[in-house]
Design a protein around this ligand. Structure first.
Ligand SMILES: C[S@@+](CC[C@H](N)C(=O)[O-])C[C@H]1O[C@@H](n2cnc3c(N)ncnc32)[C@H](O)[C@@H]1O
Length: 448
């Protein structure tokens, strides 16, 4: 049975194997038991159709091809930052070329009194809630993943491999993993490890060698399962953002706006600039719920349509927006060109709960005010940006903090636009004199 890469669901339970199968007709007749095939690689649609046909007509299987898994098991062990404490272990299934490139940080210290708590909701399972007010930009939690899997794992990974990931988890971690939401049926994801990852995992970036051998689509996608961040329910207007840091092998969750005590802390599972219809098209099949957030439940159709239009507009604005970099070299543009353009979209971004985009525009506004030498507005926007970015975009926050200490000294481009404009005026004047000379030479008289 194992040789045929079958999962057979009958009274004696499922049988599994990590073999891939190429399906043909008329060799081995498998009788009327209901079964499905677990394939260790994705098949083109035609094979899936053939499979459906096969299940209906009691199909036959000829050739079996063994497809070795490209992944190996590996446990990352992070020493505890405090003496006597146990290390943190991350159970991983990785391409072997990634293992030598992994960093070896210490585990992040536990936060003494975290600003959140996890409790049951009536309609969404567990959720993460603010225990006390959380100011924008502040840290909610930094966390290592419990396990790391290749993305789209169940297409390429056998049940035995999922079970091995599970076996390598510390006992307490395993218990917590088992308590996490799993929106996949046993047939879709026979392993808890896979089902829980598909419901909760966050995409993480790993380092790949320049000659990384696997060129197949998605080969560089990996997911991390985070026990606490994974408790964040979805909203289309989120109040928290997260960042993965490869050097510390951890993700950090931080507030995107001020969050009130008792308020639910939310993350988004879809691209929030899509229309409501498109967001729902992803949420139902991937996460099995219809979104109850205010942005999906406007009281009338006109408001709902306006929200879709605003999100579409922001989706167009982001890639086509005027930027500080282009403005800085184009002295013909009005001084307030980028500032006014960005200021016009900020209210839309706030109304739609798209606060994750704010730093993109605030950074430009700060740099424009610095280049204009407008200290009052520079301070106003730089202070706001430092507060918002102090956890999620530390480098930017540190750069602006330094500039705030003494803008004239610490900002190389302070007031540069005025200087460049004056230089340009001088050049233009010189050019006018040269142009005069040219005309006199040609016509013997200067222009009026
Ligand atoms: C990443 S988990 C979130 C935590 C989960 N509620 C739990 O109990 O651990 C994703 C699952 O939570 C539920 N969920 C998340 N956001 C939801 C929402 N806005 N409305 C209803 N269910 C939601 C869905 O069942 C979804 O598959």
């Amino acid at each position: 049975m194992d040789d045929m890469a079958l999962i057979r669901h009958d009274r004696s339970g499922p049988y599994y194997s990590n073999l891939g199968a190429i399906i043909h007709r008329d060799f081995f007749r498998y009788s009327s038991t209901t079964f499905s095939l677990q394939l260790s690689r994705a098949l083109p649609t035609s094979y899936n159709l053939q499979l459906a046909w096969a299940v209906r007509y009691e199909m036959t299987i000829t050739t079996i091809e063994k497809i070795p898994s490209p992944y190996v098991h590996h446990v990352i062990e992070l020493p505890s930052p405090s003496e006597g404490e146990p290390s943190t272990k991350i159970s991983c299934l990785l391409h072997p070329t990634l293992i030598p490139l992994l960093p070896s940080p210490s585990a992040t210290p536990m936060i003494e009194d975290p600003p959140y708590e996890v409790h049951n909701t009536l309609t969404k399972g567990f959720g993460m809630f603010a225990k006390r007010p959380i100011s924008k930009g502040s840290l909610i939690i930094t966390e290592h993943p419990a396990y790391i899997l290749p993305g789209f794992a169940s297409n390429k990974v056998s049940l035995e491999d999922f079970e091995e990931v599970w076996r390598r988890l510390p006992r307490e971690v395993g218990k917590e993993v088992a308590s996490m939401a799993n929106c996949r049926t046993l047939e879709e994801s026979p392993s808890i490890i896979d089902g829980v990852a598909r419901t909760n995992a966050l995409t993480i970036q790993l380092e790949f060698p320049s000659n990384f051998p696997d060129k197949s689509p998605g080969a560089k996608h990996y997911g991390g399962l985070f026990l606490k961040i994974g408790r964040c329910n979805h909203s289309c207007g989120i109040n928290a953002g997260w960042e993965w840091d490869f050097s510390t092998l951890s993700s950090t969750l931080f507030a995107l706006r001020d969050i009130e005590a008792g308020e639910e802390i939310t993350n988004t599972y879809v691209h929030p600039l899509q229309s409501k219809a498109d967001r729902w098209k992803k949420l139902q099949p991937d996460y099995r719920f219809d979104c109850d957030c205010p942005w999906c439940n406007h009281k009338d159709e006109a408001e709902q349509a306006a929200s879709d239009r605003d999100r579409e507009y922001i989706g167009t604005y982001v890639p086509t927006r005027p930027t500080y970099v282009k403005w800085a070299i184009d002295l013909c543009l009005p001084d307030d060109f980028v500032i006014n353009s960005h200021l016009a979209v900020l209210p839309i971004i706030r109304k739609e709960g798209l606060h994750r985009l704010l730093p993109l525009f605030m950074e430009d506004i700060v740099r424009c005010y610095a280049e204009l030498g407008d200290e009052e507005n520079f301070r106003l926007w730089a202070e706001e940006t430092v507060q918002l970015c102090r956890t999620g975009q530390k480098e930017l926050a540190e750069e602006f903090s330094l500039m705030l200490q003494n803008p004239q000294r610490n900002c190389a481009k302070w007031g540069q636009r005025k200087r460049l404009q004056e230089e340009r005026m001088q050049q233009d004047l010189n050019y006018d004199f040269e142009a005069d000379d040219t005309l006199i030479n040609l016509f013997g008289t200067s222009p009026p």
